[in-house]
Design a protein around this ligand. Structure first.
Ligand code: NDP
Ligand code: MG
Length: 395
């Protein structure tokens, strides 16, 4: 029986994970559920899955959950980020699903790495901001790192396994990272001026949380995924080719030196990569309908439009700079939150990121404190830019 900690249990990744787990009560048990402040959702999940620990990072939410679950003595409700860091390293956890959104997911994921757990990584922002530190913690802790992100999961599936259990890159020429292009694919920059958060979150193929949905619409997500692929598969950015594939059926490809290209295909349903990571190196049923390749009909591929979607170009530059992706990711989080609360326009998101990259002194963070300090500086600079835009728009 594998004991699984689901971080971000109330989110899109968390719920898909719990759906797969509930299909295999003989193999998996969710022993820890963690979220921020969604008390109603967490109560329902705790009653269904009866974890040993339920962690809310928000103290008020934690008190409210404890109150709601006072009749369930088997579930211990715990409060705060530090308690979560300790619990993911506990003996009651074998696998950790890193499904918290944003930089907030870094500390518990690092803790899982140091404790040598099997990490099912969805939270790409943590890896992108602290890649060197994180990969070192994985090595030193003897952790197993499995990518949940559908593209990186596809790459993992298309690569042989070396004797040390890691993906064998020996004969790989290039990685082909696919992008759906998001809901605004084909639009010009000027046609993006008035798009709303609701339109940006209406992804044509995937159902996901709000932040990653906006990231998909701006192509910032592909920039984050470029950095993610570099860390996970030890590649330089020029060894990764980005291709738009609007149907989201091919989830990425590996080009080998003999001219072969291996692709992984599947429905756009995160339960497939989650089930792959839970069962690896075996396979289990994910509850996903079979892919009807005839109904799908065609697979299209095109180059990304970097003029209409400059976030990807900014990420391609930031990735070459020390600490650049930490600053990129922090500025993007601030900008996306401001867009979702309708303080800035869609086309201001890349402006916030660009202004932040110009303002903050870029340097390679060599410790967790340094990563946190750089992330903070970037957030402050991005927030200042958002505030000045607000003043300008109101004036
Ligand atoms: P959601 O917004 O749906 O869920 C986010 C989860 O994180 C919620 O459970 C939320 O809890 C929790 N959370 C937020 N802040 C904190 C915090 N400070 N401490 C503890 N928990 C917190 O996001 P997604 O599931 O869409 O995405 C999660 C991660 O997975 C992201 O990094 C995303 O990039 C990545 N990913 C997602 C994919 C998808 O299909 N959704 C695909 C590939 C990667 P609460 O509800 O209480 O606020
Ligand atoms: Mg992805």
């Amino acid at each position: 029986m594998r004991q699984v900690a689901v971080l971000g249990a109330t989110g899109s990744i968390g719920m898909s994970t719990l759906d797969v787990i509930s299909r295999h009560p003989d193999r998996y048990r969710a022993t820890l559920l963690a979220a921020h402040r969604s008390v109603d959702e967490m109560e329902t999940l705790c009653r269904a899955h009866q974890p040993l620990h339920a962690v809310m990072s928000d103290p008020g939410a934690s008190a409210a959950l404890a109150d709601r679950l006072s009749d369930l003595s088997a579930v211990a409700v715990v409060s705060g980020a530090e308690a979560l860091d300790a619990l993911v390293a506990d003996d009651t956890v074998d696998s950790v699903v890193a499904g918290i959104v944003g930089f907030a997911g870094l500390r518990p994921t690092l803790s899982a790495a140091r404790a040598g757990k099997t990490i099912l990584l969805a939270n790409k922002e943590a890896l992108v901001s602290a890649g060197g530190l994180f990969m070192e913690a994985v090595r030193q802790g003897g952790a197993t790192l499995l990518p949940v992100d559908s593209e990186h999961n596809a790459m993992h599936q298309c690569l042989p396994v070396a004797s040390d259990g890691l993906p064998d890159m020996t004969d790989v020429e290039k990685i082909v990272l696919t992008a759906s292009g998001g809901p605004f694919r084909g639009r010009s920059r000027s046609a993006l001026e008035a798009v709303t958060p609701a339109e940006a979150c209406a992804h044509p193929n995937w159902s996901m949380g709000q932040k990653i949905s906006v990231d998909s619409a701006t192509l910032a997500n592909k920039g984050l995924e470029l950095a993610e692929a570099c860390w996970l598969f030890d590649r330089r950015p020029d060894q990764i080719e980005i291709v738009v594939h609007p149907q989201s059926i091919v989830h990425s490809m590996i080009r080998y030196r003999d001219g072969s290209v291996l692709a992984q295909l599947g429905q756009p349903d995160m339960r497939t990569p989650i089930a792959y990571c839970l069962a690896w190196p075996e396979r289990v049923d994910a509850g996903v309908a079979p892919l009807d390749i005839v109904a799908a009909g065609r697979l299209d591929f095109e180059a990304p439009d970097l003029d209409a979607f400059p976030c990807l170009r900014l990420a391609q530059w930031a990735i070459t700079q020390p600490g650049g992706m930490c600053v990129f990711s922090a500025a993007n989080e601030v900008a996306v939150a401001a867009f979702l609360s309708e303080d800035i326009r869609f086309i201001d998101i890349d402006r916030v990121i660009e202004a932040t990259l110009k303002e903050v002194d870029l340097l390679e963070p060599d410790s967790l404190d340094a990563v946190q300090a750089l992330d903070n500086k970037a957030r402050e600079a991005a927030a200042r830019y958002v505030a000045s835009e607000l003043t300008r728009l109101k004036g």
